[in-house]
Ligand binder design. Structure first.
Ligand code: AHR
Length: 626
């Protein structure tokens, strides 16, 4: 190859880089970096900053995973903590023709609208730091309210019952993850007046900033605080240095992120510079894996992947320092077939029938030995079934909890027996979240919001009277769907819930309750909000028997969006349906197998769901197979 061509291509290569530099501020590319090599996909990664060790680790994990795929090219940008620059970066990546955007953000209020716009045109993965709402393809990251809540519990443990005064050092106030951490931390602490937050500082995730601010605060304070909670380890190190420089002693420091690097959270705990931190996985590896699945249009892509955080303190630090050993030892499970015990809640609805079918089929598909028992909507029976699985020493237990409370005892028995538990479809309310390993299901609060958002845009009359048919009392879907619906109604005072009737997700009770409502309120009723399709269909029959026209005289909204609902939508008897996805089988089997192989699985996998008007149902009905 003669020199001219080599020189020409080098010149071209450099000018492309220079042009990219001009376009993006800080930028870089990896994966197949040769401009000439054809790649299937180009992915853009927009980082808010690369000042923080955690963001740097995220980029490293992204690059390590990208290096395994030579059919993709990735362009990285770094906005150096400027929101304006990040907005420019995202737009320029788009103009550059990327197929998918991975974005981590600091400023959720300014970036959310930008990401919503982007999502209208290309798939968007929000990584590590969230945006408000659901206008993106997939969110991968931690539950920051949960981190704040767990930090508060650690603070209360470390301070003891005598309590004490606390200084909180926040990241960037515009960042959703700082807001949620503060909410989780303060709401948990406020339950006990012995723990007082005396000061809140904002240090932009920066070590030096935290050090300066804390020094300033403590120099003018008579009594030093008993505990410092810093939203990341960099600021926790800053706090440690401030305390050192003032010669203060015995102040407890809690950080977050738990990066295993010099001055990372693990080292700081190991060197006793801070007391506690929380490993916060970056999700870099998962983001590239899911990006490829999304671009290859794999069918089941979840909406949210919530990664589990691990509390690190002097008691367990040694286990985490030797990551490699931990990783090696955890590969023991290997590829043997596994036994999964599934305690199904009942047979109350079309959703439930599809859910059970999905689990049975997926087990066959994955060659998992499934023991599926049905509790006929009886919690005592469901607990007995789980106890029986423990006796049978199954590898993994999964169940769809009838109600939110009353599971501590039997789950503690499963934990003591070393059997991990997957919550399917419905969450539970237990103080100790280590009693369950993973939740796979829907965001019921968001489902309730979606039902109400349609109603308030659809109806504009002065005074709209609603009958609510609730699902099983104290069950996660009933609680969530009520909360989400009322949250939106609270902003629209012309919508009133006349009465809420206690149903149980069945057709029969739905019909019975609607009859009662019609007797009581008759034509006053404008809308029926049913927590599931089966109760809505029952209500439709009652309304017809009462001599009114469902869908016209009385508008009807349901949740599940099963085929039955599609039929009612296409005949105009039902007006709107919010999807609740029952096809959880494949994800449950994958999670169960990963668990037995010793792989860390996400704390929560929230399914992606849609909504359907009468028109949309008309188009989709043929494709609906449940
Ligand atoms: O937990 C999900 C709910 O349970 C479904 O919406 C309902 O149909 C089922 O009873």
């Amino acid at each position: 190859m003669n020199k001219k061509i080599i020189f020409g291509s080098m010149l071209l290569g450099t000018s492309v880089c220079l042009f990219l530099l001009y376009l993006f501020g800080q930028t870089e590319a990896n994966g197949s970096t040769s401009e000439f090599q054809e790649v299937d996909y180009v992915i853009g990664v927009s980082q808010p900053n690369l000042l923080e060790p955690w963001q740097v680790l995220m980029n490293e994990e992204l690059k390590n995973e990208v290096a395994k795929h030579d059919n993709i090219r990735v362009i990285y940008t770094d906005a150096a903590q400027s929101t304006e620059q990040q907005i420019r970066d995202i737009q320029t990546l788009k103009d550059y023709g990327i197929d998918l955007l991975i974005v981590s953000i600091d400023n959720s209020s300014d970036l959310t609208p930008v990401i919503s716009e982007m999502y209208k045109e290309i798939p968007v993965i929000v990584l590590g730091r969230g945006v408000t709402g659901y206008n993106y393809t997939l969110y991968i990251g931690s539950d920051y309210y949960f981190i704040g809540e767990t930090a508060a519990k650690a603070a209360m443990n470390l301070l003891g019952n005598k309590g004490g005064s606390i200084v909180e050092i926040q990241g960037i106030t515009s960042a959703l993850q700082a807001e949620e951490r503060t909410k989780g931390f303060q709401e948990t602490l406020h339950k006990n007046p012995a723990y007082k937050i005396s000061d809140v500082l904002v240090a932009n995730w920066q070590k030096d900033y935290a050090e300066d601010q804390l020094k300033l605060l403590l120099e003018h304070r008579e009594n030093p605080p008993d505990l410092i909670y810093a939203h990341n380890d960099a600021m926790a190190l800053g706090a440690y240095r401030a305390i050192q420089s003032l010669g203060l002693k015995d102040i407890i420091i809690i950080g977050s992120d738990g990066v295993n690097k010099q001055n990372g959270g693990l080292q700081l705990v190991n060197e006793k510079k801070i007391n506690t931190t929380f490993i916060t996985p970056t999700g870099g590896k998962e983001a590239i894996q899911y990006a490829i699945e999304i671009l290859e249009e794999k069918e089941v892509i979840p909406k949210k992947i919530i990664l589990r955080n691990h509390e690190i303190n002097e008691k367990n630090i040694k286990n985490y320092l030797n990551e490699k050993e931990v990783a090696a030892s955890s590969q023991e499970g290997g590829d043997r077939s596994i036994t999964l015990g599934f305690a199904q809640v009942g047979n109350e609805s079309e959703f439930r029938a599809a859910n059970t079918q999905s689990i049975i089929e997926a087990a066959k598909e994955a060659d998992v030995e499934l023991i599926l028992k049905n509790a006929d909507n009886d919690q005592v029976k469901q607990i007995e079934i789980i106890r029986d699985f423990i006796k049978q020493k199954v590898d993994v237990i999964a169940f769809s909890p009838k109600v939110e409370h009353g599971w501590e005892e039997v789950l503690r028995e499963a934990k003591e027996a070393g059997i991990p538990v997957i919550l399917s479809d419905r969450e539970i309310n237990v103080k100790d979240s280590s009693l369950w390993t993973s939740f796979i299901g829907s965001d019921f609060v968001e489902e309730g919001r979606r039902a109400a958002r349609w109603l308030v845009t659809e109806e504009d009359s002065e005074n709209v009277q609603i009958i609510e048919l609730e699902g099983t009392r104290n069950s996660a879907p009933a609680e969530g769907r009520k909360q989400g619906f009322e949250e939106v109604l609270a902003e629209n005072p012309n919508f009133k819930i006349l009465e809420s009737y206690q149903g149980d997700f069945t057709h029969a009770i739905g019909k019975k309750m609607m009859k009662k409502a019609l007797v009581q309120y008759g034509k006053e009723i404008d809308v029926v909000y049913a927590h599931n399709d089966d109760m809505a269909i029952g209500a439709i029959e009652a309304i017809e028997e009462f001599g009114l026209q469902p869908g016209a005289d009385i508008k009807i909204i349901s949740i599940d969006a099963t085929k039955k609902a599609f039929r009612a939508l296409s005949t105009g008897k039902l007006n709107f349906s919010v999807e609740c996805n029952p096809l959880l089988g494949p994800q449950i089997m994958k999670s169960a197998q990963d668990l037995v192989r010793g792989k860390e699985i996400p704390m929560k996998i929230i399914t992606a769901e849609r909504t359907f008007t009468q028109e949309e149902a008309g188009k989709e009905i043929k494709k609906r197979n449940y």
